[in-house]
Ligand binder design. Structure first.
Ligand SMILES: Nc1ncnc2c1ncn2[C@@H]1O[C@H](COP(=O)(O)OP(=O)(O)OP(=O)(O)O)[C@@H](O)[C@H]1O
Length: 190
């Protein structure tokens, strides 16, 4: 029985776009949707980092090019991007906690875009994702990266769960997947 739905695929293929469309479609059906997206930040035509944007409209940095890690702190770097773990946790953790603790008896959908290298610098985030996945009232609609390099423990865990359906997004199928994703989430809520 599928409980949670994840999208995977190469960078820039359209995972976030699909999740946003699915979220809008689900909300138009009266489904309660919460969570966060990761959006790229561009300045002068080049990508300078990523922001976390919650569905309730709050925005903060996830990572930026060229800024240094805190002196003496851990080096939370992915390629040229330095992750602002504190800012990320400040935005993402309350969203996940709320998704698990809502008193609304109807099942709700929690968008987690994405669970990748940058986000996984945060141990509290890892714990919060595990808790959300095991929360009976919550269906997760999220994104995970394709397997590449060293396996990411939580991502492997998600892939191996029996209650998870993973859609692989490609340039060829990205314009056709939306109804399947929405249907799968709707069925998970029954
Ligand atoms: N179906 C589509 N047709 C044309 N362009 C698209 C489509 N889906 C997304 N794009 C464009 O591709 C770019 C990347 O999209 P998006 O951010 O959704 O990809 P992503 O897979 O989430 O990327 P990342 O791996 O960096 O998070 C955006 O500029 C978006 O407008």
């Amino acid at each position: 029985m599928v409980r949670h739905v994840f999208l995977t695929g190469p960078p820039g293929v359209g995972k976030t776009t699909l999740i946003q469309k699915a979220s809008e479609r689900l909300q138009s059906y009266g489904v309660s949707v919460d969570g966060f997206y990761t959006e790229e930040v561009r300045q002068g035509g080049r990508r300078t980092g990523f922001d976390v944007v919650t569905l309730s409209g709050a925005r903060g940095p996830l990572s930026r090019i060229g800024s240094d890690s805190q002196p003496g702190g851990p080096d939370c770097r992915v390629g040229k991007y330095v992750v602002d773990v504190t800012a990320f946790e400040h935005l993402a953790l309350p969203v996940l906690t709320n998704a698990c603790s809502s008193s609304d008896p109807r099942q709700r959908v929690c968008i987690i875009d994405e669970i990748g290298k940058m986000e996984l610098f945060s141990q509290p985030f890892i714990q919060a994702v595990r808790q959300t996945l095991s929360s009976p009232g919550t269906v997760v609609l999220g994104t995970i990266p394709l397997p590449k390099g060293k396996p990411l423990t939580l991502v492997e865990e998600i892939r191996n769960r029996h209650d998870v359906k993973v859609f692989s997004v490609t340039k060829e199928n990205r314009n056709h997947l939306l109804p399947d994703i929405v249907r799968c989430v709707q069925r998970s809520r029954m």
